[in-house]
Design a protein around this ligand. Structure first.
Ligand code: TEU
Length: 554
């Protein structure tokens, strides 16, 4: 396996609106990130991934870009960004940006031109279609509720938008569109940016025909109709040979519909496309027939299988990404851990899990202190367009809205977007003004300042675990094998290379558990655990206990 810096990196993801506000307007900004660079460095991470900071009307908080070459003034503008990049590099960290190239904002110059007339030179930058029987061209739905088509009265055609109607999809068939995007990428590489996370890159190649979908579940439409279009690999290969391959950068493609079968096509090193992808197999594990807003309980064996299958799929081709949360999902601790009685110990367990799997690790802001979901008392507190649109749709259909509020509490993307909890003061040290999204009331006890003071805090555990991973490259590159995958409460695996072997045990349950095996306990030495008192034998685990055992060479 070829060794590279981006395989060994731990990436820290920042959602700038919610990280740190220095201007007092309640919205996080780039100078806020600069202020916290020493903190970020102190975690031991290598790379910062910034969610979009470009000019945008913020219909989808920056995922609707109106100028790819301009940093939003709300975030501090270009000079703030230049200083962030410089100071990031000064600390030996790298900076990766978000490339949102499946769609632009409807306020982007290209779209404003495109909708002027059917013969405008920019018309073909987007996907315009005639309607059918007095309605949209087909029955496709948007990710954010309602039709994926919007009618334009001036030119009497519909344009396609997989996301909100303020996010028209670009037409990648058009070579000029591809050239424009490649130029944008190059523009930022020339400034010194170290890579891109590519938003919904699996969606850029549209289906050959625009037929109705016959799938009942939206997720099936995404996988079978929207994602992995016929030209996706031609486009990515072209992007790679035109720009990516000329720079020492990293790329990670995000994508609904990226699965075990097609992922190697994106990341096989021989093919020259992307370095890594994000798949969502574990992130949608708790979604029922009705998708995201139909949460269902799930079993640990299913969760473990996702990690086994993915490690297996990529072990000889490409490289994986390990993440348990980001700005689009609820908090990892509230989903996969126990954010009540076992808050601290289960947060540490998840830290150990993240940092002992094979792949590049992505850590989302706030997870390093065990931030949890937030349950705002009413819909008026929510901001996310996905949540608000779903709410409207359910209300129109006459749903029980008190019941749906509970679903929102569990599933809204705003769970991950509530402001970073720096201290216990009124606005959690995030801003001196009114935060754009309310702070989680638990910031009094869960915050950075508190955990800096405590030697055994979750925060310090993350620091130790990141160091531990760096000291043991077998945790990055070594082979992976899950043991007793059917066990309902233990998540146990081996990581090994020609020099060393670790056995890693996680008890993901509220009661004690023992790992029953033929392996001899005396062969293993405890190297790390998340509980201070560890009086029991190596294969015995308390609730939410995690143990890293090293196999002795004899
Ligand atoms: O997300 C893509 C994506 O798949 C999400 O729409 C996902 O289905 C949803 O968030 C789950 O709740 C990316 C960005 O990460 C997201 O923030 C953007 O809203 C979206 O693309 C559109 O750009």
């Amino acid at each position: 396996m070829k060794r590279t810096w981006w395989k060994e990196s731990v990436v820290y993801q920042i959602y700038p609106r919610s990280f740190k506000d220095t201007s007092g307007n309640g919205v996080g900004d780039i100078p806020g990130i600069v202020d916290k660079l020493d903190y970020i460095k102190s975690l031991g991470v290598d790379v910062i991934w910034l969610c979009p900071v470009y000019e945008s009307p913020n219909d989808d908080n920056g995922y609707d870009i109106s100028d790819y070459r301009k940093i939003s003034e709300d975030f501090g503008g270009q000079s703030a960004f230049d200083s962030l990049l410089e100071q990031t590099h000064q600390r030996g960290l790298k900076l990766v940006m978000d490339l949102v190239a499946n769609h632009t904002s409807d306020e982007h110059f290209w779209f404003r031109e495109s909708k002027k007339s059917r013969d405008n030179p920019y018309r073909d930058y987007y996907i315009w279609h005639e309607g059918k029987n007095g309605g949209p061209p087909n029955n496709w739905m948007s990710f954010f509720s309602g039709s994926a088509w919007e009618y334009d009265t001036a030119t009497e055609q519909y344009y396609l938008h997989y996301f909100t109607k303020k996010q028209p999809d670009l037409n990648w068939e058009n070579p000029e569109v591809r050239r424009e995007i490649f130029d944008v990428i190059e523009f930022w590489f020339k400034k010194g940016v170290d890579g891109f996370r590519m938003d919904v890159i699996s969606l850029i190649s549209k289906p050959e025909t625009f037929q109705d979908t016959s799938y009942v579940k939206f997720q099936d439409t995404i996988v079978n109709q929207y994602a992995n279009g016929p030209k996706i690999h031609d486009y990515l290969h072209e992007m790679n040979s035109e720009v990516l391959s000329k720079y020492d950068i990293m790329t990670v493609g995000e994508g609904p519909g990226i699965n075990l079968k097609n992922a190697p096509l994106y990341v096989d090193e021989k093919r020259g496309e992307l370095h890594m992808v994000f798949h969502f197999d574990h992130m949608y594990i708790d979604c029922g027939e009705g998708g995201k807003y139909d949460p269902q309980p799930f079993g640990l064996p299913k969760f473990k299988k996702v990690f086994s299958d993915w490690d297996n799929a990529l072990k000889n081709k490409g490289w994986g990404s390990i993440f348990l949360g980001n700005h689009d999902f609820s908090r990892m601790l509230s989903r996969f851990g126990n954010d009540g009685k076992y808050h601290e110990v289960s947060a540490k367990l998840l830290a150990t899990l993240l940092l002992t799997l094979r792949g590049t690790v992505y850590l989302y802001q706030g997870d390093e202190i065990g931030m949890t979901n937030v349950a705002y008392p009413g819909i008026a507190y929510y901001n996310d367009v996905e949540t608000l649109n779903a709410w409207k749709e359910k209300e129109e259909k006459g749903n029980d809205m008190q019941g749906f509020l509970k679903v929102v509490h569990a599933q809204s993307r705003d769970n991950a977007r509530s402001p970073m909890q720096w201290d216990s003061s009124k606005n959690a040290g995030f801003s001196t003004g009114d935060p754009w999204l309310a702070v989680n009331p638990n910031h009094g006890s869960i915050n950075v300042a508190e955990q800096e003071k405590k030697e055994n805090s979750i925060l310090n555990y993350y620091r130790e675990m990141i160091t531990f991973r760096k000291e043991n490259p077998v945790l990055v590159y070594g082979d992976y094998e899950c043991m007793q995958e059917e066990h309902p409460q233990l998540f146990v695996y081996r990581r090994w290379d020609s020099e060393s072997e670790f056995l890693i045990l996680h008890n993901m349950g509220d009661g004690p558990e023992e790992f029953i095996t033929d392996l001899r306990e005396e062969q293993f030495e405890l190297r790390k655990t998340n509980l201070l008192e560890n009086l029991k034998r190596p294969f015995h685990l308390g609730p939410w206990q995690t143990k890293i055992l090293k196999k002795s060479s004899s």
